[in-house]
Design a protein around this ligand. Sequence first.
Ligand code: UFG
Length: 332
Amino acid sequence: MRVLVTGGAGYVGSVSVEALVAAGHDVLVLDDLSRGHRDALPGGVRLVEGSYGDPAIVGQLLANTPVDAVLHCAARSLVGESVSDPALYYRENVAGGVAFLEVLREAGVRRLVFSSTAAVYGTPASVPIREDAVLAPINPYGETKRTFEGALRWYAAAYGLRSVSLRYFNVAGASGRNGEVHAPETHLIPNVLAAAEGRAALTVFGIDYPTPDGTCIRDYLHVEDLARAHLLALEATSPGDRVGVGAGALAINLGNGGGFSVREVLAAAETVVGRPIPHAFGERRAGDPPVLVADAGRAGEILGWRAQHRDIVEIVASAWAWRQAHPDGYRA
Ligand code: UFG
């Protein structure tokens, strides 16, 4: 099938593009390169430089190159930034997202997979978290993702848009070709590895959480497992496919099904790099729930998907290998 990937030059998008190409699909990337990297795209994949929120660009693109399905990865995705500048998140993730849906509707595109997030749950009442848990986001990032998921549900009923919203937990690791480079970097594993390289100081945010070792527990998911799930979800949106996605919109958690504490991630990284990693203990970071772990059962039942890279040492090792091979990140 021909798939349009928004944000295909970003971290998650680029590894998903790799997987789609490897599976023999025809891939077209739409990315404004505000945070993505041209070098992240495999040779032969066409890049249209622009925003998904720009109807003229998307309309023209789809008129020239009709697509069977869309993988919508592009979005603003920093929790802290969303709190300080919610207007940006509503403008891009919600207004831009709905403008995008409108052009898809006019062009007759009826299949979409959406990059959603565990942030839609907020601070869950219980873990592991199931998809039918209450959605109570505690920051504009999660709220705007929830809002877009809502639009997908109503568009399914009214316009026949078949969609899967994949609620990612903590994406980590690297493929051989692509890895994680954000500026600024806020995520734990890149920060731990930057400390190992002597490039940045590492602070563990909070050691007084109600967890066995006092640090927060998260569900780390290898980016290649995530990419595989994208492929399966895209296939599941085809008319008449299993799932009942044929009938509408579905939300699916993607996680390892197990959690690791910040201290465990640090210990795994020390194993990988073979030396102690300097760190300090600091205050809790605002808005961090103590434990976020997915119940990934639905992904198994509906997509036949299960995380394959479940060992935190293996996940961190892939991130480390990528950094070693790309000491300056992406050139472009
Ligand atoms: N942490 C540190 N030091 C750091 C960075 C992180 O101790 O330098 C801790 C955090 O406090 C947290 C854990 O490591 O306890 C994981 O933090 P990340 O920033 O790596 O990831 P989050 O769990 O905060 O965020 C992830 C995604 C978000 C998504 C969220 C869902 O990156 O996009 O899960 O709740 F919204």
